[in-house]
Design a protein around this ligand. Sequence first.
Ligand SMILES: [Zn+2]
Ligand SMILES: [Zn+2]
Length: 271
Amino acid sequence: MKRSDTQNEIIIMITQEAIQNNVGISKATPYSEFSDRIKVKNIPFLGRLHIVRDREGYMALSFTTLYWIYGTFVNLFIILLPHYNDKQLPGELVLWFVFLSVMCIISLFKASTTNPGRVPLVEDSQIDINHWEVCKTCRQKRPKRAHHCRRCNQCVLRMDHHCPWINNCVGEENHWAFTLLLIYAFLLGLTGFVIDMLHFWWWPKCVTCDKESFFIKHQIWFVYLVTALGAAMGALMGGQVIVQHTNILLNQTTLETMGLNQSMGSHSHDS
Ligand SMILES: [Zn+2]
Ligand SMILES: [Zn+2]
């Protein structure tokens, strides 16, 4: 069957749009056009992923992910579900914990794979750059509150800080995901800690669970560790939630609060 001219035109338009937006049909760009430290991958359904190539960052991010896997596994399979099967706690508590755990891993994924906000190439845009400055490291023009990140090897718009635990910069475009991650991690740590306390002091020993299984037999050690991790996570994240919200209210970034902006001449993150 022969295609009509209109059909052909529509196909050409869709293809051009896809190439421009760098999705679907077009070939993935292997690296960001701004930095050889940034790998860019187009994944179906997940979109354009931004990955910082940094060995220490990979290790720290793996630690964060393992922390999440361990906490979710112990609290859900060793504590919550056995007590739920014995009808000692409401299903809503299990659902609340699962909801927090899922939201936590989604916001971790978004915060670590979203482009934090690269400075657009001036030649490509119609932006008024009269008040822009030149970065001393990469020689690129950038707006006032952008900073050069040495880990990412690029300037980032309204850079907050580089967070190794998510292996990404926190900047204008992913600050929302980072803040959500802090809130969910805080709630997850706190909920986990409360569940562990109830497990120790309130709920009776499980009846219907398989007492010979490895995890139930040695549960005390798993639960001790998860309690300590939950308490540490709750306290650390709670502090961070307060710090980040204070910064948002004061319209300041972490770097600016620490006096690491350009006018103060620091060289730790920017130049
Ligand atoms: Zn720069
Ligand atoms: Zn960075």
